[in-house]
Design a protein around this ligand. Structure first.
Ligand code: SF4
Length: 265
């Protein structure tokens, strides 16, 4: 249960912080619009699928105040991070940057993927965009794809850090049997598989618009890329299709790590 991120889906009542929006450059506008159009298409398709799922007796356990999964690592495109960063005020940008530094430190010192994920959940901790007072996402409208397409077909305890690790053999076998008979899962994990598959066009659209606009795809950790999306030197290099210069700009910020920042043509 630590193999993939799960996210919550409740709009936040929390007001956004005051602060200047990131200046939008024309090329970024194309990128941001493309991502947001893809988010809207996904929301429609997921909504239709969920209606049918409920009619067939399926149950989704994600709901208001549940944030058990907001301490999972999240992989995004720079295109998605651009959409997010524009909505953040100065305080949230600073919080995201501080979180990104903890993410990088964890990646530098984790001995393997399992330790990386486990420490991310328990030591790096919850996403700084989570409003802990309400349990809601403070940036629900601009949350990344991974936060949109993960739905749990079992109660939130199965999404929480440490649940799987604390189970004994008999409990793990019971979990597997429960998942196997739960409609909508892939038979192995308790997340609803078709809703993840439906989000694939968002990734495809992000990849295409990055290639067409910048000549380079940029993927990586959500908080690292959200921080870098507000870095003029980094974005200037990306917009010029210069992956090496962008990497150097990230390194100057202490945010260059091969597991967290990837460039592709
Ligand atoms: S952006 Fe952060 S707070 Fe919002 S749903 Fe995703 S992980 Fe949770």
């Amino acid at each position: 249960m630590t193999r993939r991120p799960a996210r919550r889906f409740t709009p936040s009542p929390a007001p956004r912080e005051a602060g200047p929006p990131a200046p939008a450059r024309p090329a970024d506008d194309v990128v941001g619009r493309t991502v947001q159009d893809a988010y809207r298409r996904y929301a429609r398709q997921a909504g239709n699928w969920l209606t049918g799922y409920a009619a067939r007796g399926g149950q989704v356990y994600c709901g208001a105040g549940c944030f058990a999964c907001c301490n999972m690592p999240i992989r995004v495109s720079l295109a998605e991070a651009l959409v997010t960063v524009r909505a953040l005020g100065a305080a949230q940008r600073a919080a995201v940057q501080a979180h990104a530094r903890r993410v990088v430190e964890n990646a530098r010192t984790a001995r393997n993927d399992e330790e990386y994920v486990q420490r991310h959940r328990t030591e790096v901790g919850y996403c700084p965009l989570l409003d802990r007072a309400t349990g809601s996402c403070s940036q629900y409208d601009v949350r990344p794809t991974r936060c949109r397409d993960t739905f749990s077909a079992l109660p939130a305890v199965y999404c929480e850090a440490g649940t799987w690790e604390a189970m004994n053999r008999r409990e793990r076998e019971e979990y597997r049997r429960t998942v196997a008979r739960t409609p909508g899962t892939d038979g192995e994990l308790h997340f609803i598989a078709p809703l993840e598959h439906l989000s694939e066009p968002v990734w495809v659209a992000a990849a295409r618009v990055m290639r067409q606009t910048w000549g380079v795809e940029v993927w990586g950790d959500f908080w690292v890329l959200t921080t870098l999306a507000a870095d003029p030197a980094f974005m200037q290099a990306v917009e010029a299709g210069q992956g090496r210069a962008a990497w150097q700009a990230a390194a100057r910020r202490g945010l260059a790590h091969r597991a967290l920042l990837e460039f592709g043509a």
